[in-house]
Design a protein around this ligand. Sequence first.
Ligand SMILES: C[S@@+](CC[C@H](N)C(=O)[O-])C[C@H]1O[C@@H](n2cnc3c(N)ncnc32)[C@H](O)[C@@H]1O
Length: 312
Amino acid sequence: MNLLSWKEAMQKLYEAILKGLQESGGFYNARIQGHFESYLASLQSFVKRLRQAYRNNRVAVDYSSTDMQAAYLIAYYPHYVEMTLKILKLLSSYLKFNQEIKACFFGAGPCPEVAGLTQFLAEQFPKTKRLVANVYDIASNTWTPSRNITHQYVIPQLWQGQVELNSYSLNLCARQSFQGIRSSLEGADLYIFQNCLNELGDTLPAQENVNFLFDTSSQGSIIIIADLQYGQNHTFVQVVREMINRKNDFKILADERRLAIRCSLPPLMVRRNLLTDPLGPSLLSPRVNVNFLVLAARKNKQAYNYSDDVPF
Ligand SMILES: C[S@@+](CC[C@H](N)C(=O)[O-])C[C@H]1O[C@@H](n2cnc3c(N)ncnc32)[C@H](O)[C@@H]1O
């Protein structure tokens, strides 16, 4: 897909989010908020609150208000779809998908990762027709309205295939919490943790849970951990890196400490009413870059004691 068509895809993505906010219920209410533009303007304080919260190394955000979710959907989500797409493109030579694939997403919230994967399938795997996406989050019920926008508005704009979206409540920091979701993890092609590490309180049980995932994940599957450049995230990934190095059935496919994407500009309506400061950087300027790290590893069919890549 060329650059122009990716720009078109981003435009469609924003349009789908705005349409979803207008139509899907629980967000914009014309009777109360008047014009949609006024509603967008009313979200400014929520974008500011999110951006202030994300300035901390250890982030705590209450996503329960749909205004907060709407602010996230407009100011963050599109860039995180781009982030997933960039990571999958980086790994594309290792990915082999059949007609149906299964992927598990942890700390997925409104699920931009799922949208990013479907965009990737549209671009690179025309034979894949069905995706089973299991999404896990500590606030899975809270995120239902935003997840519905992903499923009903965003994904249909990006991909013609069929998506089964299954949502599970999961605390990554609760001891042995992955034992409870074990059967849902089976047979997946991909396991993705994106942008949730710096919201984790107690990281030790989370690391034990990741270790459990390594042991129970499917042969040939790929585990991706991708997150922003926070100190806590680098520390977490370092522990996982050492964990992988102690295992003999995993191969690291990507270990990038400094990746970046240049963010697409939001549509005019958003720039006029919500992200209104074009000069920035300020709490209300459109985002310019996302800088992040990625660790990806593949579980191999047999112990990895030779250097060549083994095709599956
Ligand atoms: C910044 S959002 C990221 C959402 C999505 N992954 C993305 O890339 O946009 C962080 C997510 O982590 C979830 N989260 C925070 N603490 C968690 C925990 N202990 N267990 C599971 N999910 C958690 C939040 O509910 C939220 O959905």
